[in-house]
Design a protein around this ligand. Structure first.
Ligand code: AMP
Length: 249
C-alpha cells in the first residue's frame, strides 16, 4: 500500500508575519519557512503506518518554488521514502494544487492520500476536499485517529462538540487534525539519510495541468488593534459596563 503525503512550505508558525506596505500580501522575504504543521502530522502518520507494516511506501509531494526541496527533505528525514517536487514560481491556489495532486495520484496510484487539514498561511482548508472530488474518492477530514483495514479506512474525526467515526472505502483522502499524533523530531542521522533519498522534479506542464490562479486578492490588511482594557472597581461596575457599554447582557 502506497501513501501519498502532500507537504506545503509555509511561513514558520513562530514567525509574526507583517503585511506589505502596499497591502498586496504578507512579506515573506527573509522569513523562516517550514513544513506546514498539519503536514508534519500527516507524514508522521504515514510513516507509522509503514513502520507497522500496513503501508509499503510513503511518497511526499510538494508543489511550489525550488526551495520546497527542503520541505521534502524534512519529510524524508521524518521517514518518507521519496519525494516529488512539482516545481513552479506561479502562486498556487488550492484548486491548482488539487489538480496537480490528481495528476500525481493518476500516475502513482496511492491507496490513500494523507494531507493536512489546512495550510497555516492561507488557512484555505480546501485542497484535500477538492482532490477527493476530482478523484471521485471518499474523504475523511480532520482525522484524530486513522485505522487502515482491508479496502477500508476507519477514521475518527474532530467535529463541533465531539467526535465522529466514519468508515470509508479506499482509495480515499484523509486530512489530519492536531490530535492525530505528535510528530517525531528528525534525528541527525535521519537528516543525513534523507539527503540520499530519491527526489524527482516535474513541472506542472509535464503533468498537463493548468495552474493559472482563478482568484485575485484584492487587499490584505492587519487586523484592527485591540484597545487597552480597563480595571473595574467591583462586580457592580463590571455588570454595569457589560450591560450599558458592551451591551452583551
Ligand atoms: P489548504 O487547502 O491550502 O488549507 O491546504 C490543505 C493541505 O493541502 C495542506 O495541509 C497540504 O497537505 C496540502 N497542500 C496545500 N498546498 C500545497 C502545496 N503547495 N504543496 C503540497 N501540498 C499542499
Amino acid at each position: 500500500m502506497k501513501i501519498l503525503v502532500p507537504v506545503k512550505r509555509v511561513v514558520d508558525y513562530n514567525v509574526k508575519v507583517r503585511v506589505k506596505a502596499d497591502g498586496t500580501g504578507v512579506d515573506i522575504a527573509n522569513v523562516k519557512m517550514s513544513m506546514n504543521p498539519f503536514d508534519e502530522i500527516a507524514v508522521e502518520e504515514a510513516v507509522r503506518l509503514r513502520e507497522a507494516g500496513i503501508a509499503t511506501e510513503v511518497v511526499a509531494v510538494s508543489c511550489g518554488v525550488t526551495a520546497c526541496q527542503e520541505t521534502l527533505r524534512a519529510a524524508m528525514a521524518i521517514g518518507a521514502d521519496r519525494g516529488i517536487l512539482v516545481e513552479t514560481d506561479v502562486e498556487l491556489q488550492p484548486l491548482a494544487v488539487a489538480k496537480l495532486l490528481k495528476a500525481l495520484c493518476d500516475k502513482e496510484q496511492p491507496t490513500v492520500v494523507i494531507g493536512g487539514k489546512q495550510a497555516i498561511d492561507d488557512d484555505s482548508n480546501q485542497t484535500g476536499q477538492m482532490l477527493a472530488a476530482l478523484m471521485g474518492w471518499p474523504q475523511a477530514t480532520f482525522a484524530s485517529k486513522v485505522t487502515l483495514g482491508d479496502g477500508v479506512a476507519t477514521v475518527m474525526r474532530e467535529i463541533d462538540g465531539g467526535l465522529e467515526t466514519l468508515e470509508i472505502k479506499l482509495p480515499a483522502v484523509v486530512t489530519t487534525d492536531l490530535r492525530l499524533n505528535e510528530p517525531r523530531y528528525a534525528t541527525l542521522p535521519n537528516i543525513m539519510k534523507a539527503k540520499k533519498k530519491p527526489l524527482d522534479t516535474v513541472k506542472p506542464a509535464d503533468l498537463g495541468v493548468d495552474i493559472a490562479p482563478r482568484l485575485a486578492t484584492l487587499k490584505v490588511a492587519e487586523p484592527p488593534k485591540r484597545s487597552a482594557g480597563v480595571r473595574v472597581a467591583d462586580v457592580a461596575q463590571l455588570v454595569d459596563k457589560l450591560k450599558n457599554e458592551a451591551k452583551v447582557i
